[in-house]
Design a protein around this ligand. Structure first.
Ligand SMILES: Cc1cc2nc3c(=O)[nH]c(=O)nc-3n(C[C@H](O)[C@H](O)[C@H](O)COP(=O)(O)OP(=O)(O)OC[C@H]3O[C@@H](n4cnc5c(N)ncnc54)[C@H](O)[C@@H]3O)c2cc1C
Length: 507
């Protein structure tokens, strides 16, 4: 690492905020009985970026909650196990286009430009530190340890809003909010997917999903199975091997490891910027292409396990059955039978079924899913994709039956449940540049229109004159004086008369 380059690493970031100027005053009218205009659920990189973007949009009565106990319990620190981020280091992230607040600026201010140039990808824990710094630096206050349990829409208010049931420290309380952003992370669209064949092992404490915190030290000397062959599965296998597992066996359903990152073909601006406007059939086929090709582990995640002689790969080996025998799980997988393991890790991904999210379960029957919107040809069916919500351009939920639940559009989904709609896993770095501004713009639009009468009264209000007629009274031509030609004065083109509207808009 290079030496620290500046005695004040935040200088550039602070100067940028100074030049940007203060955030606009809150413009959203207050309504009696409404606690917050926006509730952001999730205080990670997405929630932080939303809170900042909303503040810069003049939407100030925002509250951010997170059921994690604090930043030390973030996904990046506890559940992500790769050494480096999988995404390229130079994407726009939660800094939302302010370069001095970017990871690069943060890292260079601490480690030097050469050290940044030397990175091929971002070290995971450096990213976690950066996200925590950004949250603190921007003054985003997160109510840690606060869990959103339930959302109920309110029909009889002056404006559409929700009653949300929150839990903090064992106590429940109800607050009211007009808009909700679900920046709830990888399992926020549904739940970690545990194949039924593994359930008995999970129940016996002999298996866990990669989304869980796993005591890898306890796997020392043990024989471990990893089910699944995407990035998280390889990361978990790598950590288990490094923790001293006796052997790690990784099981893939395919006859090869997915190696073609097919989403790369659509990473150019025209497609990225306008993805949501593509026809449903095209978005479906793209989502399906991605799912069928499989999510690829980065090549260094592969190297991490391949350097261990006691790493074993099983291809074309879906788990057919598994039984708990004493303290072991005995599996039949692919063509092999009765393989014994001390512990099993399921790197089997996440569902996008809102019914599995406690906070969405009551609303789920009203949510428009892809299956309600688009019927693919028989060879392009995918029930998992079909269950995911069909989001609008502002990431808003939509109603399944027109007119039945219009209030759903006040819930904005920024988690991977929106993948089929927007073409990237929402919450990942690549989603931020486009989708956070889009959702914030829609939130502003809806808040404005819900209060249109108030805004009309506000913009029609009397405006005190900047000056009185006495200022120019002395210059009024009284007649009878020398003509302009006689005095040698050359008349100028008359100034366009200022309308009251132009005056009102002048700064
Ligand atoms: C192993 C792994 C590797 C990844 N690698 C990359 C990568 O290389 N590049 C990339 O771009 N992305 C990657 N991602 C995806 C994504 O960037 C991360 O998951 C990132 O943490 C998402 O940030 P977020 O703020 O959207 O969600 P999170 O950081 O997960 O924060 C969401 C928060 O919401 C809270 N929450 C959820 N439900 C509720 C509720 N009902 N009430 C209150 N709080 C709630 C959660 O506790 C959580 O703290 C990876 C994800 C994982 C799991």
């Amino acid at each position: 690492m290079n030496a620290i380059t500046s005695p004040d690493p935040d200088l550039l970031a602070r100067e940028t905020l100074r030049l940007l100027g203060p955030a606009p005053d809150n413009w959203v009218p207050e309504h009696a009985g409404i606690t917050h205009d926006v509730l952001v659920v999730g205080g990670g990189q997405s929630g932080t970026a939303y809170a900042f973007a909303l503040r810069r949009a003049g939407i100030a009565r925002t509250t951010v909650i997170d059921n994690a106990s604090g930043p030390a319990a973030s996904a990046w620190r506890l559940r992500a196990r790769m050494q480096k981020l999988r995404t390229p280091k130079n994407l726009v992230g939660p800094e939302l286009g302010l370069p001095a607040l970017s990871f690069q600026a943060w890292y260079e201010a601490r480690e030097g430009a050469k050290a940044y140039a030397a990175l091929d990808r971002i070290p995971r824990l450096a990213w976690a530190d950066y996200v925590d710094w950004l949250r603190d630096f921007l003054g985003v206050a997160v109510r840690w340890g606060t869990h959103l349990l339930r959302i109920d829409h309110v029909t009889d208010g002056a404006v559409p809003h929700f009653r949300v049931t929150l839990q903090h420290g064992g106590e429940q309380r109800v607050e009211t909010v007009r808009k909700i952003v679900l920046a709830t992370g990888v399992s926020g669209g549904g739940a970690p997917f545990v194949p039924p064949v593994l359930q008995a092992a999970v129940d016996a404490g002999l298996a866990a999903h990669t989304a869980s915190t796993i005591d890898f030290a306890a796997l020392r000397g043990k024989t471990v199975a990893v089910v699944g062959a995407a990035a998280s599965a390889f990361d978990a296998a790598g950590v288990a091997l490094e923790a001293g597992a006796h052997a790690v066996h990784l099981f893939a359903r395919r006859d090869h490891i997915a190696a073609s990152p097919v989403a790369r073909t659509r990473a150019y601006p025209g497609l990225y910027d306008h993805y949501h406007s593509l026809p449903d059939a095209l978005r479906w086929s793209q989502a399906l292409r991605y799912r069928r090709a499989g999510s690829t582990p980065p090549s260094d995640a592969l190297d991490r396990v391949l350097r261990h002689p006691h790493f074993h790969l099983h291809l074309s080996a879906p788990w057919r059955s598994a039984r708990v025998e004493g303290a072991r799980v005995v599996a039949d997988a692919g063509s092999a039978s009765s393989l014994p393991f001390d512990f099993v890790i399921a790197g089997t991904g996440y569902s996008s079924e809102p019914l599995q999210r406690p906070e969405l379960a009551a609303l789920a029957p009203h949510i428009r899913r892809w299956r309600d919107q688009y019927t693919p040809p028989p060879d392009a069916r995918d029930d998992e994709l079909a269950a995911s919500p069909f989001l609008g351009a502002g990431l808003e939920l939509q109603e399944k039956t027109p007119g039945a639940a219009p209030w759903l559009r006040h819930i904005h989904v920024h988690n991977p449940g929106g993948f089929a709609s927007v073409g990237v896993p929402l919450g990942d770095v690549p989603s931020m540049r486009r989708d956070i501004p889009a959702a914030v713009a829609r939130i502003g639009h809806d808040l404005l229109h819900a209060d249109l009468a108030l805004h009309q009264a506000r913009i029609d209000a009397d405006v005190a004159p900047d000056f009185g007629a006495e200022r120019y009274a002395a210059a009024l031509w009284q007649g009878g004086g020398p003509s302009p030609a006689a005095s040698g004065h050359v008349p100028q083109a008359p100034e366009a008369p200022q309308t009251p509207r132009q005056s009102a808009l002048a700064p």
